[in-house]
Design a protein around this ligand. Structure first.
Ligand code: FMN
Length: 461
């Protein structure tokens, strides 16, 4: 039986607090040269796609811009459109919010990217959850949380209807007969649903993939259902072996009720890596990176996200605070000290987390900063290139994932070492491509072609 193939994506670090900005090797997160270097490395390594996150409002903590994790938040579709011109095969995936955009505009941008790249576009559909981000847009909080996935679902089905509204053979452009369009009636749509009431003609002829690849990155019950019904890939946080297997089984198990097969949805956890020539060297490198990632100020910032109060006079090299977190603020409504950070939502019981941190600190004699590193700073894969390749392959072969979205800590050169040292070992194992076989991202991911087009679309929901 042929080996299960690994799918790899390269996440441009950009907005992550795991990014090391103080290292001399660290470059700009906004200049095109950084994107060029990163994309071309990932393409040289035959990755499936490049991934760009999106931040629609600068995160804040204690009323200040959260400068520790904001390196730059330029518009990602524009960046991908520029990258289309200097790459040939790698997929180009952009995160675009479904709550604060209009379907025709998003569909038009993604179809344009698909045309410019010859069929390499992907849309990571995110809903966002916080009113803080919503304030940036018309109508403040705008959409109640419980309607966000309804809107995401309708946004996606509307975008798909628009993409499908042009038959592939509509543009004839026959100079001899003078015929430009075959029927001259393409692109017509009428959508009436809970969230949308739009009609007209979609202005972009059918793109090479028909429908760009759809990625989903939410983790709630609604998010998982949305992915199972409609996404081609999930970008998830569940990157540990057992947690990954549980998530994989959960989401793949939801596909049948939507008439889909397990291979129709790829599960791709985020993963970090630190390499070394020996296991000891890799462990030491990982330790150093963790200390770079969690400097004294970052340790305090992380602790404030749990304690939900100003800890600027706490010593990061002293013990974990003995007092309890403040629990009377709601993360979603924006009254929390930390605004706009997804990770804060994971601390459902901050007092229990604080107790855990305190116990760990006392038991192991760790400072607050060391506890933050122990709890938040773990890297997914640490070891020699051989060890990392073996582990990645093991995770994929044992259905903890279908591959990984790799997030290096140095921009833009952090992927180079993975491309040079780990990818050849995965190729030797026969679990990762040595050449691109197809030209579109759908082909790289082993997805079925988009459904055939229809000439006119009418959706009533
Ligand atoms: C791995 C991962 C990556 C994400 N990346 C982004 C992002 O770049 N931009 C963004 O606005 N939201 C991002 N999100 C969060 C989404 O906004 C998601 O829609 C939100 O968490 C609400 O969905 P949920 O309640 O199902 O988790 C990400 C989530 C995960 C799990």
């Amino acid at each position: 039986m042929p080996k299960k193939q690994i799918h790899l994506a390269a996440h441009f670090p950009g907005v992550n607090n795991t990014t090391v900005w103080s290292d001399p090797a660290s470059g700009s997160h906004i200049e095109f040269e950084s994107f060029r270097h990163f994309a071309q490395t990932a393409e040289r390594a035959k990755f499936d796609f490049l991934f760009l996150a999106e931040g629609l409002r600068l995160r804040e903590q204690g009323g200040r811009i959260y400068d520790l994790d904001v390196m730059g938040r330029p518009d990602n579709v524009a960046i991908l459109q520029a990258l289309a011109a200097i790459t040939d095969r790698i997929g180009l995936a952009g995160t675009v919010n479904s709550t604060f955009n209009e379907p025709l505009d998003v569909a038009r941008k993604l179809a344009t990217l698909d045309h410019l790249s010859g069929g390499r576009a992907a849309w990571n559909v995110v809903t966002s959850w916080d009113e803080f981000t919503g304030e940036n847009f018309r109508r403040g909080g705008y959409l109640p949380k419980d309607k966000r996935y309804l809107r995401a679902q309708e946004m996606l089905s509307t975008a798909q209807a628009l993409w499908d509204s042009w038959p592939a053979d509509e543009v004839v452009a026959d100079a001899g007969s003078g015929q430009f369009l075959r029927h001259g009636d393409a692109g017509r749509f009428a959508i009436r649903s809970d969230q949308f009431d739009i009609s007209g003609r979609f202005p972009v002829p059918r793109s090479p993939q028909g429908r760009p690849v759809i990625i989903q990155a939410g983790d709630s019950e609604e998010g998982r259902e949305f992915a199972a019904s409609s996404a081609d890939a999930i970008f998830t946080r569940h990157g540990e072996l057992e947690a990954g297997q549980a998530f994989y089984a959960d989401v793949k198990g939801r596909l049948a009720k939507f008439g889909r097969r397990p291979e129709d949805l790829k599960i791709l956890p985020a993963a970090t890596f630190v390499l070394g020539d020996t296991e000891d060297e890799a462990a030491e490198n990982a330790r150093q990176v963790q200390y770079q990632q969690v400097g004294p100020a970052t340790a305090i910032a992380f602790a404030e996200q749990i304690w939900n109060r100003d800890l600027s006079d706490v010593d990061p090299d002293g013990p974990v605070p003995s007092f309890d977190p403040k629990t009377d603020d709601d993360v979603d409504s924006g009254s929390h000290i930390s605004k706009g950070r997804a990770s804060v939502r994971m601390y459902k019981d901050p007092v229990a987390v604080a107790n855990e941190w305190r116990e760990l600190g006392e038991r192991e004699g760790l400072s607050l900063r060391e506890v933050v590193i122990a709890k938040n700073g773990r890297h997914t894969f640490v070891g020699t290139p051989q060890r990392v390749a073996d582990t990645i392959d093991h995770f994929v072969q044992s259905d903890a994932s279908d591959g990984f979205v790799l997030v290096p800590h140095i921009t833009p050169g952090g992927m180079d070492v993975f491309a040079d040292k780990v990818v050849p070992l995965l190729q030797e194992k026969g679990s990762f491509r040595t050449e691109y076989e197809g030209t579109t991202l759908r082909e790289h991911l082993g997805l079925a072609p988009s459904p055939t087009t229809v000439a006119a679309v009418s959706v009533e929901a």
